[in-house]
Design a protein. Structure first.
Lengths: 276, 82
């Protein structure tokens, strides 16, 4: 039977790639170190499959057809469409259709109705953590897109339910495989709105405290209140909530937090505590 | 509930492609003719009137548009922050 090999989260920002050459050496070192420390844990987890949860930044979907949750079941995924990510070097990434279909079928049998894609493009939200964590080898990816860009979005409580569903799908997968989860996105940021560039360190600290403490009701309550004013990009914390629940809601270990105005994002890296 | 302008959103979405953005920068009017924008919205696009456009479109698409149209980031920040 499959085993949950570890649950992790990392922020992303397109400017980490696009503007890297403009950053001073201390900032480059801090960002590199944070991703590498998380990547070392993921490499040590020896995952056969990574389920990665990220938003779609208008790369696959538009408002004529906008899924709240979409599972990528393809044997391959397209690499990032953004020109500034060409150095990532992956024009395609391997998928894992067998587990992806098991997840899809488990979801449908459990009262969830995700969308499905046989050919996703994995944009910077997926690829910056995979790239900067320096995963070697890069395992096959089962992408889950959770809409956090355009309302209406899934509720925080529904993301908790999705996390529990994901854990149950891993536990019931009848294949000897180690499956890790990576959530990408957050914490606070504001993009293309009047508060653009604002990093809400109070919001970020509240998220970190809530994830460290564990449990589910307090996180739902906190985010339902705090997300209203934390900036539109902060909604990506839905991916962290899903990972948190998939890990059993036992709390996480913060690996690094950096408010980085150069990339407009309150960046964090974390690893969830395994079940007791 | 906020008003979303579909034609404006579609224009901004399409301009994510490099060739489409290049065509737009070379001849805005010709590209805009294909989208059937309402006259006041078309005028706002031609005038780079970010404050008028912002409530009508997803903020990420607005930012992408300003990059695709050749607007420097500092100018966009000044316009969006009012």
């Amino acid at each position: 039977m499959a085993k949950l090999a570890g649950v992790y989260a990392a922020s992303h920002a397109p400017l980490i790639a696009r503007d890297w050459h403009l950053f001073d050496d201390p900032l480059k070192a801090k960002l590199t170190s944070a991703y590498q420390r998380l990547g070392a844990r993921l490499n040590a987890a020896r995952a056969d499959i990574i389920v990665e949860i990220a938003p779609d930044h208008w790369s696959n979907f538009f408002i004529n057809n906008l899924p709240n949750v979409c599972i990528g079941v393809g044997a391959t995924h397209n690499g990032p469409p953004e020109p500034f990510l060409k150095d990532f070097g992956h024009t395609t990434l391997a998928g894992e259709p067998q587990f992806a279909m098991h997840l899809l079928e488990t979801a449908l049998a459990s009262g969830f109705e995700p969308s499905v894609s046989h050919q996703l493009a994995l944009d910077h939200g997926f690829c910056i953590p995979l790239w900067r964590m320096e995963l070697d080898p890069l395992p096959p990816i089962v992408p889950i897109v959770i809409n956090s860009l355009e309302p209406p979005m899934p509720t925080i409580a529904r993301c908790v339910a999705w996390g529990n569903l994901l854990a149950s799908a891993i536990a019931s997968y009848p294949v000897d495989a180690r499956i890790a989860i990576v959530a990408s996105g957050g914490l606070s940021h504001s993009i293309g709105e009047p508060t653009m560039g604002a990093i809400d360190e109070t919001f970020d600290a509240g998220c970190i405290r809530a994830f460290e403490a564990g449990g589910e009701p307090a996180i739902i309550d906190y985010l339902d209140r705090a997300l209203v004013t934390a900036g539109n990009g902060s909604h990506e914390v839905r991916n962290w909530v899903t990972a948190h629940a998939a890990a059993g809601s036992h709390g996480f270990e913060l690996i690094e937090y950096l408010a980085v105005p150069e990339v407009y994002v309150g960046c964090a890296w974390a690893a969830w505590n395994p079940a007791a | 509930m906020k008003r979303t302008d579909y034609a404006l959103s579609k224009l901004f979405f399409d301009l994510q492609s490099g060739p489409a953005a290049a065509e737009y920068r070379a001849d805005r009017a010709a590209v805009l003719d294909r989208y059937g924008l309402e006259p006041e919205i078309r005028a706002a696009v031609l005038a780079d009137d970010v404050a008028t456009l912002a409530p009508l479109v997803n903020p990420y698409l607005l930012r992408y548009y300003c990059t695709a149209s050749g607007m420097p980031e500092a100018d966009f920040l000044e316009k969006i922050r009012g």
